[in-house]
Design a protein around this ligand. Structure first.
Ligand SMILES: [Zn+2]
Ligand SMILES: [Zn+2]
Length: 406
């Protein structure tokens, strides 16, 4: 029964194709132009229903305005069906031009483009587009639901200059960590305070905004609680970043990102030397003295760069890059953030051993943004001293006290 039903169906399909063809072109070759339904389904599957032209990515399964279901994709031949068609004579012709390896799912515009300008879109280029698209879809869809993350973008003006974080770059960086965005990014935007110098009034307003935004972010029953993971992308003055870190709850795990100066994006690198941190005592003023901690990673901080009262009376500890010269691009891999956590705990442990219970530490950071956030976040409120955070500004005569993380 089944066999005869399928046979009838096949016959009917064939007839329909024949009917559509012009009378003069009813050769068996013209019939073979029809693409097998299984190949077509497979092409839609491996391309996730999106145009495979590099950079287009248009969803061809819905109408772009109404979002109604539609079949707008076109199955384009890389090497044309006919030898005198687009790319028809480039390289050795495929054994079967209707095989999936010779077909791209394209939107109408992109199909027209590659077929009217075949000289601009040679076979190898299109094969590369197809391969890259399918590889991307394969990797993206391999990310399981447990790898979703809520994105928070924190942007605060630096010395009166607005800053902005590209949402697209944030999503790409997340993707490279095998995570995907659970929903639209939450932006904590302090650019409204632009123009104000980083004085006490600016800092008080900024901290107030951070408090309210973080409270909303971590609200009970909120999105973040359901998602269970937060990804933080932050640009701003170092003391504010440390303050932000101090407000971020330990209730959900957090991945921090930074804008890389060399590649100008937010994607962590996976290669490069392992960063080794070193904790040392630069100046010892005895057990009862005030304590300062210098974190000299993106730039060097010498003793004589510290304010006079600190130099005169404080015991000064320093976290540095071991033997390496401090530089703004040392932080490349997310693992090197974990390394910093260990160094920070080592420094705080050393301080507690040498000085007993210390209520506060003067903190002098020359660090990349995520390390500033970590300084605030890793400090345990009931265990560790408060951090009095200083910021370096050559125009303001060096390091100046800005705010306290407690
Ligand atoms: Zn075509
Ligand atoms: Zn397209």
């Amino acid at each position: 029964m089944l066999t005869s039903f399928m046979a009838t169906k096949k016959k009917r399909t064939t007839r329909r194709i024949q009917n559509r063809l012009p009378q003069t072109d009813q050769s068996p070759i013209a019939l073979a132009r029809a693409i097998d339904q299984r190949i077509s389904s497979r092409l839609y599957a491996v391309s996730a229903g999106r145009c495979q032209f590099k950079g287009c990515n248009k969803d061809v399964t819905v109408h772009s305005l109404t979002r109604q279901a539609a079949t707008l994709g076109e199955k384009a031949h890389i090497v044309a069906f006919k030898e005198d068609g687009p790319r028809g004579r480039q390289g050795r012709r495929p054994k079967d031009v209707n095989d999936i390896s010779n077909l791209m799912l394209l939107c109408r515009e992109c199909h027209r483009l590659i077929d009217t300008r075949p000289q601009d879109y040679p076979r190898e280029l299109l094969e590369r587009f197809k391969h890259e698209h399918e590889e991307r879809i394969r990797r993206a869809t391999a990310i399981g639901p447990e790898r979703r993350s809520a994105i928070a973008l924190f942007q605060a003006p630096i010395r009166g200059q607005r800053v902005a974080i590209s949402e697209d770059q944030a999503v790409s960086a997340l993707f490279e960590q095998q995570r995907y965005p659970a929903n639209k990014p939450v932006t904590i935007d302090l650019n409204g305070l632009v123009g104000a110098s980083e004085d006490d009034a600016f800092l008080a307003q900024a901290c107030g905004q951070i408090d309210r935004a973080v409270e909303r972010l971590f609200a009970q029953g909120g999105d973040l609680e359901a998602v269970g993971h937060l990804s933080v992308f932050a640009i701003g003055p170092i003391p504010l970043l440390a303050y932000l870190g101090g407000r971020l709850s330990n209730k959900v795990p957090i991945t921090l990102f930074q804008r890389h100066r060399d590649s100008e994006d937010w994607t962590w690198k996976s290669n490069g030397p392992v960063v080794s941190y070193q904790v040392e005592c630069l100046q010892d003023r005895g057990r009862g003295s005030p304590v300062a901690l210098v974190v000299a990673l993106s730039g060097d901080v010498k003793l004589d760069a510290l304010p006079e009262p600190i130099r005169a009376a404080s015991t000064v500890y320093r976290i540095s890059l071991g033997g390496a010269v401090p530089n703004p691009t040392f932080l490349r891999r997310p693992q090197d953030l974990d390394g910093f956590k260990c160094a920070l705990f080592e420094a705080l442990g050393t301080i507690s051993l040498a000085h007993g219970l210390v209520e506060e530490i003067d903190l002098f950071p020359a660090v990349p943004a995520p390390i500033a956030v970590l300084c605030g976040r890793e400090r345990l409120p009931k265990v560790h001293p408060r951090f009095r955070v200083y910021d370096y500004d050559a125009a303001a005569g060096g390091f100046n006290y800005k705010l306290t993380v407690q």
